[in-house]
Design a protein around this ligand. Structure first.
Ligand SMILES: Nc1ncnc2c1ncn2[C@@H]1O[C@H](COP(=O)(O)OP(=O)(O)O)[C@@H](O)[C@H]1O
Ligand SMILES: [Mg+2]
Length: 385
């Protein structure tokens, strides 16, 4: 939906092209991260899209329309622009900042007020608290969020973001990235996102365009960039700790064993204990009839019990979600010193089990690209009668 065809930029007074014959296409609703070392012309490439920088040759088009031939006001109206310096107007309230472009477009007051509230909520900021604050009364993270939703004010189909979280400390940056991905899942904009941080690129990008000195070296999914770097430059750029980066990329559901062995609350303790003994299981997961995780039982407690499993079930407090990335899962397992963790969905339904060894084998050399089951967990399914 955004297409670059043999795009070249030569700055006046220079013989060398800054951008050299770059071609690629960003599909509608995707985030394309443009990355590369400082000075490789990421910002130049981005600013040619909304014509803040004139193109030398080649064509950039949005939905098949050559941007060079569009009315520049019309063009920029369809593009949200968010930059590192945030660019909130310091003498204007949050409300007036967000309302700037809608007012230029002569929206009526009611529509603007509703939109401001909607966007503040989208940014996770309570409208009644933040509407009339000034930028100096905001934290860096709050200001950055407002900068981003301000760019969404008139609901442009395209967003250009130039290192939007570059000035934020690492912890808050993670939070903003997560929030932005949630927003994007709802609004599905076509986004060019510039960064020099490979971590951020892997996390945010549906595709990554890696530039070296104004040339496009590789345009690929984050996964392919890590697993099949095209050349030495790409390999070095994505770094030696590729395995660790894959932890960021892969989800719990990619590594967990699905439908792990379990029993139900109303099963007879005696029957389940017998089964556990035969299969040398010391612990067993317990669900209710709707497969919602209730906890686990211990064989030694269960074996002499005349009654139901539910009498002896212990709650399981540490769980992960299938959609969480493996880095989060691993850090949870390390901080609670557990070698195995259960994955449940938002309704606490049992989805799988992850252990450290299978987790590490997924990111290490033994990873089987076709997916599959690792480790020694041999049993799957319910053992309830
Ligand atoms: N207006 C300009 N005139 C001449 N050279 C420029 C101009 N703007 C940027 N450059 C040069 O283009 C190169 C790339 O700049 P830029 O696109 O900002 O890189 P990046 O965003 O990747 O760090 C730099 O070497 C910079 O000096
Ligand atoms: Mg730049």
């Amino acid at each position: 939906m955004i297409t670059f065809e043999r795009v070249t930029k030569i700055y006046p007074g220079s013989d060398e092209p800054a951008i050299d014959n770059v071609s690629f296409e960003v599909p509608e609703g995707e985030i394309c991260v443009v990355i590369g070392p400082s000075g490789c012309c990421k910002t130049t490439l981005m600013r040619m899209i909304n014509r803040l920088i004139p193109i030398t040759s080649g064509i950039i088009s949005i939905k098949g329309q050559n941007v060079a031939k569009m009315d520049v006001i019309e063009l920029r109206r369809g593009i949200g622009y968010a930059i590192q310096q945030i660019g909130l107007f310091p003498h204007m309230t949050v409300y007036d900042n967000i309302a700037t472009v809608p007012r230029l477009l002569k929206w009526d007051k009611k529509r603007i007020a509703a939109r401001v509230d909607e966007l503040l909520s989208l940014a996770g900021l309570e409208p009644d608290i933040f509407r009339f604050r000034y930028p100096r009364e905001l934290s860096g993270g709050q200001a950055q969020r407002i900068g981003v939703v301000r760019a969404l004010a008139t609901d442009p189909p395209v967003m250009l973001m130039d290192e939007p979280f570059g000035a934020i400390d690492p912890i808050n940056r993670e939070v903003l990235q997560d929030e932005f991905l949630k927003i994007q899942a709802k609004v599905k904009k076509t986004i060019i996102f510039v960064t020099h941080d490979i971590h951020e690129a892997i996390k945010m990008g549906d595709k990554i365009a890696l530039l070296e000195a104004g040339r496009l070296v590789q345009y690929d999914t984050p996964e392919n960039l890590l697993v099949h770097p095209k050349n030495r430059f790409v390999k070095d750029f994505v770094g030696a700790d590729r395995a660790l980066k894959r932890l960021d990329l892969l989800k719990v559901k990619d590594a967990m064993m699905q439908n792990p062995v379990h029993c139900h609350m109303d099963d007879d303790a005696e029957v389940i204990a017998k089964h556990m003994k035969e299969n040398q299981l010391t612990f067993l997961l317990v669900t209710d009839q709707n497969e919602k995780l209730k906890g686990y039982v211990n064989f030694y407690e269960l074996k002499d019990h005349l009654g139901k499993v539910r009498d002896l079930v212990k709650p399981m407090t540490i769980t992960v979600k299938p959609e969480q990335n493996l880095k989060e899962a691993l850090s949870k397992m390390l901080s609670y010193d557990i070698g195995i963790v259960v994955a449940v969905d938002d309704d606490s339904r049992l989805k799988g089990v992850l252990n450290t060894r299978t987790l590490l084998s997924v990111v290490g050399d033994t990873y089987d690209e076709r997916g599959g089951v690792w480790g020694k967990i041999t049993q799957q399914g319910s053992i309830s009668s």
